[in-house]
Write a protein that binds this ligand. Structure first.
Ligand SMILES: Nc1ncnc2c1ncn2[C@@H]1O[C@H](COP(=O)(O)OP(=O)(O)OP(=O)(O)O)[C@@H](O)[C@H]1O
Ligand SMILES: O=C(O)c1ccc[n+]([C@@H]2O[C@H](COP(=O)([O-])O)[C@@H](O)[C@H]2O)c1
Length: 202
């Protein structure tokens, strides 16, 4: 059985948020999103899926070992964990990763998490509709991207599946397709900015 990651124990019925990302480097925005997601979407834990490399990004990130170590060092919450399972499954596309994880853990309730910038371009992801059909999707505000996200093709096509934010706590148990956008106090931080400042050696 493929384990999600070191020290990660998943039990039947558990509501697990998956935050896929390049984490190149991980930062306060990831942590803040994860803590808000735990509260707002009624999740038991959040797992950071450190990607081998975003298929839509031309430049390769720093090594997975470097990004995993930085993520572990940053996390200060007992229910936020880090996983390199995509590297081990050899899946780069989220649709494939979710298909594999749902097969491996049929009794676990996964929710895909992302910042609003990713909803804006979600319709460009490989087999994106299969993601919507497979798991609930929780979206959290990100500075400057609220409007482009809510007017994006994916948001429009799946309008009937949108859960109002006042019932966001039900998302982790919702039957897909279901998605929910929640506002949160924003953190204007990005990996791009940290790389530009030279705070990360990649
Ligand atoms: N400050 C933030 N507020 C809300 N969501 C965020 C924030 N930073 C990252 N995210 C979300 O976390 C996930 C992983 O993000 P990623 O690792 O690409 O960080 P990033 O800062 O967006 O990196 P880059 O600047 O290199 O694109 C994405 O879904 C992204 O939308
Ligand atoms: O599957 C796809 O086509 C796809 C396209 C773009 C991004 N993703 C995933 O989205 C997550 C966020 O990526 P990033 O680089 O914005 O942190 C990460 O898990 C990527 O693998 C996935």
């Amino acid at each position: 059985m493929i384990k999600l990651g070191q020290g990660i124990v998943l039990v039947p019925g558990m509501r697990v948020g998956l935050l896929g990302g390049s984490f190149d480097p991980p930062h306060e925005g990831h942590l803040h999103l994860s803590k808000e997601a735990l509260k707002r979407f009624g999740l038991d834990c959040v797992v950071w899926l450190v990607s081998p490399g975003n298929p839509l990004k031309a430049k390769a990130p720093a090594s997975i070992g470097q990004r995993m170590a930085a993520a572990q060092a940053l996390i200060d919450h007992p229910r936020i964990w880090v996983s390199d399972v995509e590297a081990r499954l050899k899946t780069r596309y989220t649709a494939q990763t979710l298909e594999a994880l749902v097969r491996l853990y049929p009794a676990v309730r996964f929710t895909w998490l992302m910042g609003a910038d990713n909803l804006a371009q979600f319709h460009r992801w490989n087999a994106w509709q299969s993601i919507m059909q497979r798991v609930p999707v929780g979206i959290l505000a990100r500075p400057g991207t609220r409007m482009s996200a809510l007017h994006a093709p994916a948001a429009k096509i799946y309008t009937p599946a949108r859960l109002p934010s006042h019932v966001s706590r039900h998302l982790g148990m919702a039957r897909p397709p279901a998605w929910c956008f929640v506002n949160m106090p924003m953190r204007d931080v990005s990996s791009t900015e940290l790389r530009r400042e030279g705070a990360w050696p990649s």
